[in-house]
Design a protein around this ligand. Structure first.
Ligand code: NDP
Length: 246
């Protein structure tokens, strides 16, 4: 018996990468997991795998830019497993590139998914957490927000916005009901480079991924560490990066 066993964890961006690894890892540790993303076929395969191994899992199509989708997603978790103890707001895109390209559509898309997507999750989960008397918000932020490098300014800005939002919410919720955790991954081997439109930047990210990125399971273990703490212990920030990353 661990403090993960029996918890209900809803995860956005669970169709690949960090979200998928987190769903599989937490399910192995005894959590009931609710997977959300747009690629339902991918979610179904993961849910089938988890169930075949004796785990508890369900899914729902979610576009995090749509507030109603997040409400339906969290409600689905409550209807299926009785409550939602943790929301992992993990869905994100990295349409990075030089700022001077002025790719305003890419900036808007990153703000919509990375910032509004997390706010939509907070708006959907908080009423449920209040009703239950407890809840835990985990967000996948980034080392990009800690060190600003060329081509990543807008992406880093969205991630720093999320860090700020979570800290603000934490400051307002000190009655013991809410735990908040920001996870800062460095380079992690996932499909994230696919969301980069600028060919040169995409190749640079892919090269970094191939050469020194760590496995998404490393981030999943960090998320599990935050979740498994006793209710009076909040892990605020965790940075998980390749040992060789500058
Ligand atoms: P992936 O591209 O593998 O996963 C991204 C996930 O987000 C997918 O499941 C995708 O699902 C989902 N997603 C994207 N847009 C939406 C949307 N509008 N609605 C719902 N889901 C959406 O990349 P990662 O696993 O790497 O990314 C996960 C998080 O980790 C992101 O927030 C990313 O910024 C962050 N991160 C990643 C790092 C890395 O090096 N990989 C480093 C630091 C942070 P679908 O397309 O099916 O909707």
């Amino acid at each position: 018996m661990t403090n993960i066993d029996g918890k209900v964890v809803a995860i956005t961006g669970a169709s690949s990468g960090i979200g998928e690894a987190t769903a599989r890892h937490l399910a192995e540790r005894g959590a009931a997991v609710v997977l959300g993303a747009r690629r339902v076929d991918r979610l179904q395969t993961i849910v089938d795998d988890i169930r075949a191994s004796g785990g508890r899992a369900d899914l729902r199509a979610v576009d995090v830019t749509q507030r109603a989708d997040l409400v339906a997603f969290v409600d689905h978790g409550v209807e299926t497993f009785g409550r939602v103890d943790v929301l992992v707001s993990n869905a994100g895109i990295a349409k990075i590139g030089p700022m001077e390209d002025l790719d305003v559509d890419a900036w808007s898309a990153m703000i919509d998914v990375n910032v509004s997507g997390v706010l939509n999750g907070i708006a959907a989960a908080m009423p449920v957490f209040r009703r239950q008397g407890h809840g835990h918000l985990v967000t996948t932020v980034s080392t990009s927000g800690l060190k600003i490098v060329p081509t990543q300014a807008v992406y880093a800005g969205t991630k720093n916005a999320v860090r700020t939002l979570l800290e603000g919410l934490r400051q307002e919720s000190t009655d013991g009901m809410l735990r908040t955790t920001s996870i800062n991954p460095g380079y992690v081997r996932t499909e994230l480079a696919d969301s980069v439109d600028d060919p040169e930047t995409r190749e640079a990210v892919r090269r970094s991924m191939e050469h020194f990125a760590i496995a998404p399971e490393a981030v999943a273990r960090a998320i599990a560490f935050a979740i498994e703490q006793p209710a009076d212990v909040e892990i605020g920030d965790i940075t998980v990066r390749p040992t060789v990353q500058g």
